[in-house]
Design a protein around this ligand. Sequence first.
Ligand code: IMP
Ligand code: MG
Length: 184
Amino acid sequence: MSNGQEARRELLEPRVRVLHDEAALAARVDELARTIAARVPGDVTLVGVLKGAFVFLADLIRALDRHGLTPRVDFMRLSSYGMAKTSSGRIHLIGAAPDVAGRAVVLVDDIEDTGRSLAFARDLLLEQGASAIWTCVLADKPTRREVDFAADFIGFEVPDVFLVGYGIDYAERYRHLPYLGTIE
Ligand code: IMP
Ligand code: MG
Protein backbone atom coordinates (compact mmCIF):
# COMPACT_ATOMS: atom_id res chain seq x y z
CA MET A 1 0.00 0.00 0.00
CA SER A 2 1.31 3.48 -0.84
CA ASN A 3 1.84 6.10 1.88
CA GLY A 4 -1.09 8.08 0.47
CA GLN A 5 -3.39 5.08 0.64
CA GLU A 6 -2.18 4.28 4.14
CA ALA A 7 -2.94 7.82 5.31
CA ARG A 8 -6.35 7.77 3.66
CA ARG A 9 -7.16 4.45 5.29
CA GLU A 10 -6.24 5.81 8.72
CA LEU A 11 -8.63 8.70 8.15
CA LEU A 12 -11.42 6.34 7.07
CA GLU A 13 -10.85 3.82 9.85
CA PRO A 14 -9.55 5.81 12.74
CA ARG A 15 -10.23 3.57 15.68
CA VAL A 16 -10.37 -0.07 14.58
CA ARG A 17 -8.46 -2.43 16.85
CA VAL A 18 -7.75 -5.98 15.68
CA LEU A 19 -9.45 -8.56 17.90
CA HIS A 20 -8.91 -11.72 15.80
CA ASP A 21 -6.64 -11.57 12.76
CA GLU A 22 -7.00 -13.48 9.48
CA ALA A 23 -4.99 -16.49 10.65
CA ALA A 24 -6.98 -16.77 13.89
CA LEU A 25 -10.26 -16.56 11.98
CA ALA A 26 -9.20 -19.22 9.47
CA ALA A 27 -8.07 -21.59 12.23
CA ARG A 28 -11.26 -21.13 14.25
CA VAL A 29 -13.56 -21.52 11.23
CA ASP A 30 -11.84 -24.80 10.39
CA GLU A 31 -12.30 -26.08 13.97
CA LEU A 32 -15.95 -25.03 13.90
CA ALA A 33 -16.48 -26.86 10.61
CA ARG A 34 -14.97 -30.02 12.10
CA THR A 35 -17.36 -29.79 15.08
CA ILE A 36 -20.38 -29.06 12.87
CA ALA A 37 -19.52 -31.87 10.44
CA ALA A 38 -19.57 -34.36 13.32
CA ARG A 39 -23.11 -33.31 14.32
CA VAL A 40 -25.16 -32.54 11.21
CA PRO A 41 -26.19 -34.52 8.09
CA GLY A 42 -23.98 -34.19 5.01
CA ASP A 43 -26.66 -32.52 2.88
CA VAL A 44 -27.44 -29.86 5.50
CA THR A 45 -28.68 -26.45 4.32
CA LEU A 46 -26.79 -23.43 5.64
CA VAL A 47 -29.02 -20.37 5.93
CA GLY A 48 -27.00 -17.17 6.29
CA VAL A 49 -28.47 -14.01 7.80
CA LEU A 50 -27.71 -11.07 5.50
CA LYS A 51 -25.72 -9.06 5.30
CA GLY A 52 -23.39 -9.63 8.25
CA ALA A 53 -22.90 -13.39 7.86
CA PHE A 54 -21.85 -13.42 4.20
CA VAL A 55 -18.07 -13.54 4.68
CA PHE A 56 -18.23 -15.99 7.59
CA LEU A 57 -20.63 -18.25 5.66
CA ALA A 58 -18.42 -18.15 2.55
CA ASP A 59 -15.45 -19.41 4.59
CA LEU A 60 -17.52 -21.85 6.65
CA ILE A 61 -19.11 -23.59 3.65
CA ARG A 62 -15.70 -24.27 2.10
CA ALA A 63 -14.36 -25.50 5.45
CA LEU A 64 -17.36 -27.87 5.65
CA ASP A 65 -16.43 -29.18 2.20
CA ARG A 66 -12.95 -29.96 3.52
CA HIS A 67 -14.61 -31.91 6.33
CA GLY A 68 -16.66 -34.00 3.90
CA LEU A 69 -20.04 -32.24 3.84
CA THR A 70 -22.02 -31.30 0.72
CA PRO A 71 -24.10 -28.40 2.07
CA ARG A 72 -26.70 -26.33 0.25
CA VAL A 73 -26.81 -22.61 0.91
CA ASP A 74 -29.55 -20.02 1.19
CA PHE A 75 -29.92 -16.60 2.78
CA MET A 76 -32.49 -14.57 4.62
CA ARG A 77 -32.55 -10.90 5.41
CA LEU A 78 -33.74 -9.49 8.72
CA SER A 79 -34.46 -5.94 9.74
CA SER A 80 -31.28 -4.50 11.17
CA TYR A 81 -29.88 -1.70 13.25
CA GLY A 82 -30.03 0.68 10.31
CA MET A 83 -27.48 3.35 11.12
CA ALA A 84 -27.62 2.87 14.89
CA LYS A 85 -25.42 0.81 17.18
CA THR A 86 -28.22 -0.67 19.25
CA SER A 87 -30.98 -3.02 18.15
CA SER A 88 -34.57 -1.76 18.06
CA GLY A 89 -35.69 -5.07 19.56
CA ARG A 90 -38.34 -5.54 16.86
CA ILE A 91 -37.16 -8.05 14.28
CA HIS A 92 -38.87 -8.76 10.99
CA LEU A 93 -38.15 -10.60 7.75
CA ILE A 94 -37.28 -8.53 4.68
CA GLY A 95 -38.21 -10.29 1.44
CA ALA A 96 -38.84 -13.99 0.99
CA ALA A 97 -38.23 -16.73 3.53
CA PRO A 98 -35.85 -19.49 2.42
CA ASP A 99 -37.41 -22.76 1.28
CA VAL A 100 -36.27 -25.20 3.95
CA ALA A 101 -39.26 -27.57 4.09
CA GLY A 102 -38.08 -30.99 5.20
CA ARG A 103 -34.45 -29.88 5.43
CA ALA A 104 -31.91 -30.00 8.21
CA VAL A 105 -30.66 -26.44 8.63
CA VAL A 106 -27.74 -24.66 10.19
CA LEU A 107 -28.70 -21.02 10.72
CA VAL A 108 -25.57 -18.88 10.41
CA ASP A 109 -25.29 -15.34 11.77
CA ASP A 110 -22.41 -13.01 12.48
CA ILE A 111 -23.15 -12.08 16.11
CA GLU A 112 -25.46 -13.15 18.88
CA ASP A 113 -26.14 -10.09 20.98
CA THR A 114 -29.55 -9.91 22.72
CA GLY A 115 -30.47 -13.20 21.03
CA ARG A 116 -33.65 -11.77 19.49
CA SER A 117 -32.57 -12.15 15.85
CA LEU A 118 -31.53 -15.78 16.21
CA ALA A 119 -34.64 -16.73 18.19
CA PHE A 120 -36.82 -15.01 15.58
CA ALA A 121 -35.01 -16.65 12.63
CA ARG A 122 -35.04 -20.10 14.26
CA ASP A 123 -38.81 -19.90 14.85
CA LEU A 124 -39.38 -18.69 11.30
CA LEU A 125 -37.38 -21.56 9.77
CA LEU A 126 -39.28 -24.07 11.92
CA GLU A 127 -42.54 -22.51 10.66
CA GLN A 128 -41.19 -22.99 7.12
CA GLY A 129 -40.93 -26.71 7.86
CA ALA A 130 -37.25 -27.25 8.64
CA SER A 131 -36.88 -30.82 9.96
CA ALA A 132 -34.00 -29.96 12.30
CA ILE A 133 -32.19 -26.76 13.13
CA TRP A 134 -28.86 -25.77 14.65
CA THR A 135 -27.49 -22.26 15.06
CA CYS A 136 -23.96 -21.04 14.45
CA VAL A 137 -22.49 -17.61 15.13
CA LEU A 138 -19.05 -16.20 14.61
CA ALA A 139 -19.19 -14.14 17.80
CA ASP A 140 -21.27 -14.46 20.94
CA LYS A 141 -21.77 -11.65 23.47
CA PRO A 142 -23.28 -13.64 26.37
CA THR A 143 -23.40 -10.67 28.75
CA ARG A 144 -25.85 -8.90 26.40
CA ARG A 145 -28.49 -11.62 26.27
CA GLU A 146 -32.14 -10.58 26.68
CA VAL A 147 -33.84 -13.76 25.48
CA ASP A 148 -32.88 -17.24 26.61
CA PHE A 149 -31.20 -18.56 23.49
CA ALA A 150 -27.84 -20.34 23.22
CA ALA A 151 -26.25 -20.92 19.81
CA ASP A 152 -25.07 -24.50 19.17
CA PHE A 153 -21.79 -23.53 17.50
CA ILE A 154 -19.84 -20.42 18.53
CA GLY A 155 -16.66 -19.08 16.95
CA PHE A 156 -15.55 -16.65 19.63
CA GLU A 157 -17.02 -15.46 22.88
CA VAL A 158 -16.52 -11.70 23.08
CA PRO A 159 -17.17 -9.04 25.72
CA ASP A 160 -19.64 -6.19 25.22
CA VAL A 161 -17.67 -4.41 22.48
CA PHE A 162 -18.78 -3.19 19.06
CA LEU A 163 -17.42 -5.49 16.36
CA VAL A 164 -16.62 -4.67 12.73
CA GLY A 165 -14.90 -6.39 9.82
CA TYR A 166 -15.09 -9.87 8.27
CA GLY A 167 -18.51 -8.94 6.84
CA ILE A 168 -19.72 -7.02 9.92
CA ASP A 169 -20.53 -3.34 9.55
CA TYR A 170 -21.01 -0.14 11.42
CA ALA A 171 -23.37 2.07 9.35
CA GLU A 172 -22.55 -0.06 6.26
CA ARG A 173 -18.79 0.44 6.59
CA TYR A 174 -15.88 -1.82 7.57
CA ARG A 175 -17.37 -5.03 6.07
CA HIS A 176 -14.30 -5.34 3.81
CA LEU A 177 -11.77 -5.68 6.64
CA PRO A 178 -10.25 -9.19 6.50
CA TYR A 179 -9.99 -9.35 10.31
CA LEU A 180 -12.46 -9.03 13.19
CA GLY A 181 -11.96 -5.71 14.92
CA THR A 182 -13.56 -3.41 17.46
CA ILE A 183 -14.39 0.27 17.37
CA GLU A 184 -15.28 2.60 20.24
P1 IMP B 1 -29.49 -9.48 18.47
O1 IMP B 1 -30.82 -9.69 17.80
O2 IMP B 1 -29.54 -8.41 19.51
O3 IMP B 1 -28.85 -10.76 18.98
O4 IMP B 1 -28.55 -8.84 17.40
C1 IMP B 1 -27.90 -9.57 16.47
C2 IMP B 1 -27.57 -8.69 15.28
O5 IMP B 1 -27.22 -7.37 15.67
C3 IMP B 1 -26.35 -9.26 14.58
O6 IMP B 1 -26.71 -10.15 13.58
C4 IMP B 1 -25.72 -8.01 14.01
O7 IMP B 1 -26.29 -7.74 12.74
C5 IMP B 1 -26.10 -6.91 14.95
N1 IMP B 1 -25.00 -6.64 15.90
C6 IMP B 1 -24.93 -6.99 17.20
N2 IMP B 1 -23.77 -6.61 17.75
C7 IMP B 1 -23.09 -6.01 16.76
C8 IMP B 1 -21.77 -5.44 16.69
O8 IMP B 1 -20.98 -5.42 17.65
N3 IMP B 1 -21.39 -4.94 15.48
C9 IMP B 1 -22.20 -4.95 14.38
N4 IMP B 1 -23.42 -5.49 14.40
C10 IMP B 1 -23.86 -6.01 15.57
MG1 MG C 1 -27.10 -9.35 11.58
